[in-house]
Design a protein around this ligand. Sequence first.
Ligand code: SF4
Ligand code: SF4
Ligand code: F3S
Length: 329
Amino acid sequence: MGRQLAMVMDLNKCLGCQTCTAACKTQWTNRDGREYMYWNNVETRPGKGYPRDWMEYGAGWSPEGALRIGELPDIPGDYGIPWDFDHAAVAGGGVLTADSEPEWGPNWDEDVGEGEYPNAYYFYLPRICNHCTKPACLFACPNKAIRKREQDGVVLVDLKRCKGAMMCIRACPYKKVYFNPSRARPAEGIPGQAEKCILCFPRIERGLPPACARQCVGRVRWVSYLDDREGPVHKLVRKWRVALPLRPDFGTQPNVYYVPPLSPPRLDEEGRPTGEPRIPPAYLKKIFGPEVETALATLKAEMEKKARGETSELVDILIAYRHQEMFKL
Ligand code: SF4
Ligand code: SF4
Ligand code: F3S
């Protein structure tokens, strides 16, 4: 088995600014049938996400190890049709063009969350392709058009082979493969082709971190090889075990990991903290798996140590004093 480059994102630091989204969009998907695509998106949780209700398409691997080809989202309806602004009228407050009546879009439910005041809660969840160890997209393609690179585990679509079968889009439980209809070749019966996050491999090959990670103003993202014991990803995932995969039950063995969100306490009727976490532990368990409790306990214990003036390697990594030290390529 080859090496695996992996990413950790700290959800306690993500401020939902979408700088990562803009970095990716302007670099890779700003035109030519990619208008509706966000290889990197940041969604509010609890919420429907992007595409709408992406966790509910029945895709990935069954507990018995069978590949589940899920449903296909409505393209682009479940993602959101990019709408146009009448730029001439922007001085009047920004007006949508007459034929543009959006009913859904990425971040339609931004900052909505759940719970009643004073116990409302939400957190941001940035998402890219997980460059999975057992990529459902790769196994689903009838044309062997998806491959995983030996040297870094990056999962790529081979556009010379892709015939637009769309099985990859159905099988990816994270819905991180997109369909580009502008790559259609009608004479060959090809309706379009699949496109997805490439982990910025042209940057990686020059020793640079992915654009979404490099541009992140919250210093949320670490990138290094999983087997590099001195790298930040190995330390956060394997040594400290505070970074967990998203929906591990989907069975694809994702290589993007998340430091789960700590909760503010629930308040009682008098506004006093009850000691209960505001984000329901069952919700976090559903999203990050059963290890989330231990991860949160480790985080709290190390933060308390640091607050007492003791040293904590974990907290120092999480603070990320120097941005450059977040990447080891
Ligand atoms: Fe494939 Fe989806 Fe995994 Fe990315 S997240 S490697 S598209 S299965
Ligand atoms: Fe986009 Fe690169 Fe981030 Fe992938 S790694 S989401 S291609 S910026
Ligand atoms: Fe295969 Fe997906 Fe293309 S299933 S043929 S990579 S659209």
